[in-house]
Ligand binder design. Structure first.
Ligand SMILES: [Zn+2]
Length: 1033
């Protein structure tokens, strides 16, 4: 598929650009812009000055701190100042702040807000809860924060955002534009793009383009995008190319104010005496800027971080600019029409001009990573900064999704059981819905571009962490309570007691900065019931591990009464033993297993080999079968295998060396750990929260004075090798399971680098996959993006974000690393793939944060490594090959991100009879992902659940060239049309209305008789997310 001649592929731009960073003069990173002066004779310059105030929901101060000190004053003043003059305008992006302020203001002020919105003086742009990070955020959370914002806007204001505004996220992803387009937006402004790309686009007049999805042959997903040309979104870098001039038109910096112009020429108030000279000076900047665009419409933002706080600032900006605009009006020979505008004012004018000129904008495919704002300052550090919280984010995300789905199913089941559409009185539906909503909002807040990015001050990080932690606990309450009701055979036994819940989780999280710990399950004479929830839409076999107080136990499937495969118990501590067993979990089910104490020695034990080269360890092993390796035996590679894979590891380190598939494919895959240090020179910039500025020596192999302790365990359901190094513990595990779980290696790391300064730890895979300089990494878990490692760029520029997957491939094989958390990834040499695990940096990197990052914690990371046979080549589109994960990789990634949730019922024999909950009769097609089943808020009764649910389905694109043999044990429909009633049988939908991705009512399909009847047919295209407003019967 070829684009027209005007199509731009960013990968090709990267191949083309010299990245020479030549001094461009006044516009340092650009070039001298020339014009004759008669360019606007036919079409006058039509200028929109767009006032904005960038309000970070947490950064140097907490969300509440900023709100109290700045944001509420900004919004209060906005009401006054916009109401004074109908020509004044303002845009606002962050609904987290706007909704908080709304709660604080009276009805009269609310009416004023609505009036300003109606008059087009105020515009809500994007309408997300936050201005989300586009590198680390997963698409579930990106969409969820957009839904939360849009639902709030719909409910309280009844308007619909049309234009997006993303001026501060540190790089831009097409996954975001896909979601915005799906939510009904037509336009977007972006800012943080590599300065060399900006310069090139300015030269080509392609700063405005139709951003198309890499995988989409159609223009369906196109969004009109405006890229700001200059260094920053502040006033000095938005009026035109010369910041020394533009700064003079930031009237907040008039002499005597707290902010001034670093170019040493202060602004002057506009007077009758100076207006001609001032107007000419400003017009020159506008004209120069205009030459970078194809139309004569010009967008000039007016604002900065937390601007328009004080009343005087509003007056200074609005009155001085109004004088200039009036002057332009009085001088038609200047050929400029200038006014205050909103973003949509600008884009509407642009549309008009393009239509009148019968031209369209060029299309563009690709993404804007990795961002550099100057020199070799690449913002690849924040892809990993604060990895503990990046992991916690995904744990909360999985918990939120699981809770949403189970809560929605519970309400539907209650209505069905009662038959009268009402809920069970004893079930705290309203209270639970409020906890759910708070959970949504805390996850949403954390998607902010200084939150999940790991670029906030330490106390702000604690504030975010505390919110995530509390939400985790609260969502678990909802999950436990919903599961309780669903499991009861006789629903009359349901009683809600928050202080003494019927079900408890099998682990506890004790603080915002600690990892979950398994709770000890006490085994008495009575069997203990374990309840397991499978949050995925697929049938799966999963290994469940619990910690018990007895060395031997049996596990029985409650329904069949059959003992299931169990392993160990391996010792967790002196009186605690880990018991693992295989659970068969139907899609979205709650199932019950009984654990019973057994006679000592009756359970199947894993065999342990423990060794350390040179210095054999002593192991106390009362209940374990432990062997020490000695002599030549200790120098042979360690090997584990199941029926799909064989793996070999180094006897010295326990780290992986080689993989062999059942098909005969053999690949060297060595796991290494390395350190990066930062630049050493006194005057050199160093790595910090945002920037990765490694030392010239590059990565150094992790060295140790004493070889690691290695533990090899071999059991009937899994085998693993654990290597204990000083700074990390690394485990590679092979499951002896049929189906997907046995086809990949599970890798887990526990990292603790708190003893080091200015160190970054990476895990590197060194393979013989002949991928050349190309690899693939995902964008937000939504799509794969080709990457080209370019030697003309510094090392730090070749690092990219990875939210869930990366792979290398050649004509014979593909090696995929699937991850459960966001991190930086690079493939610096052929066959290599590395992820940055943690970074501890002593200094600030001069981007306003004012501190290093030294609040590291014991941090977990989790992966699956998948080697696959491959045949056939990639599919090309728009100048690059478009690749997807294989179905097996999708499935593995799904299971990795959405682990089964284990709960424990009380030990008493008095517990009422429970029965499993099996809402679906079969798995969904394995390329269809149930993204969410999200209960919508009642439009009449605030804070209460309605009967309507947002059903969000994502049909994955998948790669066929690595289709496994035999095909995975699931079906997928080849048709785009699917019958939702069949898919979700035996669940029934009373009504199904196709909607926009954020469920705004005006995007709903018109109601027709057909929606009330069966069948409910939906079109699900590969790669696309579809949203439906449904009522479950
Ligand atoms: Zn910001």
């Amino acid at each position: 598929m070829k684009d027209g001649t005007d199509g731009v592929q960013l990968l090709d731009v990267y191949d083309l650009l010299p990245f020479d960073n030549i001094d461009g003069g006044a516009w340092k990173q650009g070039f001298e812009i020339r014009y004759h002066g008669n360019e606007w004779d036919e079409q006058p310059l039509e200028l929109f000055l767009v006032p904005h105030s960038h309000n970070d929901p947490g950064w140097v101060k907490t969300f509440d701190g900023y709100y109290q000190d700045q944001t509420k004053h900004i919004l209060n003043n906005m009401l006054v100042k916009l109401s004074q003059d109908s020509r004044r305008k303002m845009i606002w992006a962050e609904i987290s702040y706007f909704s908080k302020w709304w709660n604080d203001i009276d009805e009269q002020k609310r009416a004023m807000v609505k009036r300003l919105l109606g008059a087009g003086q105020l515009e809500l742009v994007t309408g997300g809860w936050v201005m989300a990070d586009e590198a680390n955020s997963h698409y579930f959370a990106m969409l969820d924060q957009l839904i939360e914002g849009h639902q709030w806007i719909q409910k309280h204001l009844g308007v619909k955002p049309r234009s997006g505004w993303a001026i501060d996220p540190f790089g831009h992803s097409p996954s975001m534009t896909y979601l915005l387009k799906g939510a009904g937006l037509s336009n977007i402004v972006i800012q943080r793009v590599h300065y060399a790309v900006k310069k090139h686009f300015a030269q080509q007049q392609t700063l405005e383009f139709l951003w198309r999805q890499s995988w989409d042959p159609s223009p369906r997903s196109d969004i009109m995008c405006h890229m700001m040309p200059f260094y920053s979104y502040d006033v000095p870098h938005t009026c035109g190319p010369n910041p020394a001039v533009c700064c003079q038109f930031d009237f907040h910096r008039l002499t005597g104010g707290r902010v001034f112009c670093p170019w040493r020429i202060p602004p002057q108030p506009i007077t009758e005496q100076n207006i001609e000279e001032r107007a000419q000076l400003l017009l020159d900047q506008y004209r120069q800027k205009s030459r970078l665009f194809r139309s004569s419409v010009l967008l000039v933002p007016l604002g900065d971080d937390f601007r328009f706080t004080e009343s005087s600032e509003w007056d200074a900006q609005f009155s001085n600019y109004q004088k200039l605009f009036d002057y332009f009006d009085q001088h038609p020979e200047l050929h400029i029409k200038a006014r205050f505008g909103t973003l949509s004012d600008y884009f509407e004018a642009l549309h008009r001009h393009l239509t009148a000129a019968e031209t369209t904008l060029p299309t563009l495919r690709g993404d804007f990573f990795t961002y550099a704002d100057r020199d070799d300052h690449y913002w690849s550090g924040y892809f990993t900064s604060r990895p503990f919280y990046k992991r916690l984010d995904r744990m909360l995300e999985a918990t939120l999704r699981a809770t949403e789905i189970l809560f929605s199913l519970t309400l539907a089941e209650m209505r069905r059981v009662r038959g009268d559409g009402h809920l069970v009185a004893d079930f705290p539906a309203r209270k639970h819905f409020q906890l759910l909503k708070a959970g949504r909002r805390n996850l949403a807040l954390f998607q902010h571009h200084d939150a999940i990015a790991g670029t906030a001050r330490d106390p702000v990080v604690v504030d975010y962490g505390t919110r995530l932690f509390h939400s985790m606990l609260n969502l678990r309450q909802v999950l436990q309570s919903s599961a309780h009701w669903l499991l009861l055979l006789d629903k009359r036994h349901y009683h809600h007691d928050q202080s003494n819940p019927f079900l408890e989780m099998d682990d506890t999280i004790s603080a915002q900065d600690s990892l979950p710990q398994k709770t000890l399950l006490m085994l008495g004479d009575e069997p203990r019931s374990l309840i397991i929830f499978n949050p995925t839409e697929q049938q799966r076999s999963s290994v469940i591990s619990v910690v018990i107080d007895h060395p031997d136990a049996t596990v029985v499937d409650a329904e069949m009464g059959q003992p299931v495969a169990a392993q160990d118990p391996s010792r967790a501590s002196t009186d605690a033993f880990q018991l693992s067993f295989v659970a068969e979990l139907p899609p979205l089910s709650l199932v019950i297993y009984y654990v019973t104490k057994a006679s000592v020695g009756s359970a199947h034990r894993a065999q342990y080999t423990v060794h350390r080269q040179g210095n054999p360890p002593t192991v106390h092993a009362e209940h374990l079968q432990v062997t020490h390796l000695q002599g030549p035996e200790s120098n042979a590679p360690l090997s584990l295998s199941n029926k799909h894979i064989q793996m070999w590891s180094s006897p010295e380190t326990g780290l992986l060396q080689k993989l062999r598939l059942q098909s005969g494919l053999v690949r060297q895959v060595q796991v290494q750990f390395l350190w990066y240090r930062t630049r050493a020179g006194m005057n050199q910039d160093k790595s910090g929260a945002y920037l990765f500025l490694p030392g010239e020596e590059g990565a150094q192999l992790y060295s140790y004075s004493e070889p690691p302790l290695i533990r090899v365990s071999r059991g009937p359901i899994f085998s693993d090798i654990t290597s204990c190094f000083r700074h990390f513990t690394h485990t590679v595990r092979l499951y002896h399971l049929d189906g997907h779980a046995g086809k990949s290696l599970e890798i887990s790391n526990m990292v603790d680098i708190r003893s080091e300064i200015n160190h970054e730890l990476v895990m590197r895979l060194v393979s013989d996959v002949a991928n050349g300089n190309r690899f693939y990494s995902d964008l937000n878990g939504f799509q794969m993006q080709q990457r080209r490692t370019l030697p003309k760029l510094p090392l730090q520029a070749n690092f990219y974000p990875m939210s869930s997957a990366s792979f290398l491939q050649d004509s014979m094989s593909r090696l995929s690393l699937l991850s459960a958390q966001s991190q930086a990834v690079a493939a610096l040499r052929p066959g290599e793939l590395e992820v940055v695990l943690d970074r501890r940096l002593q200094q600030d990197d001069n981007r306003g944060l004012g501190q290093g990052i030294t609040d590291n914690k014991l941090t977990a990371s989790l992966y699956h490594l998948l080697l696959e046979d491959r045949r056939g080549g990639a599919q090309g589109m728009g100048g690059a090959s478009v690749e997807h994960l294989s179905l097996l990789a999708h499935m593995t990634s799904l299971f990795l991100s959405h682990l089964p949730i284990t709960m424990v019922a009380p030990a008493s024999s008095q517990v009422p009879k429970l029965r499993p909950f099996l809402p679906l009769s079969s798995s969904l097609p394995c390329d269809v992902h149930l993204l969410n089943l999200r209960t919508l808020e009642d439009s009449q009764e605030a804070e209460s659940p309605s009967q309507e649910v947002a059903l969000l389905l994502h049909r994955k694109g998948f790669d066929c060239s690595s289709a496994p043999e035999p095909a995975p044990p699931c079906t997928w429909s080849t048709q785009e049309e699917v019958n939702l009633d069949d898919l979700f049988s035996p669940l029934q939908f009373r009504s199904v209305r196709h909607s926009g991705l954020t469920l705004l009512r005006e995007d709903d399909e018109p109601e027709s008789a057909q929606q009330q009847q069966l069948p409910h047919i939906a079109h699900l295209r590969p790669m696309e997310i579809s949203a439906f407003r449904v009522e479950i019967d």
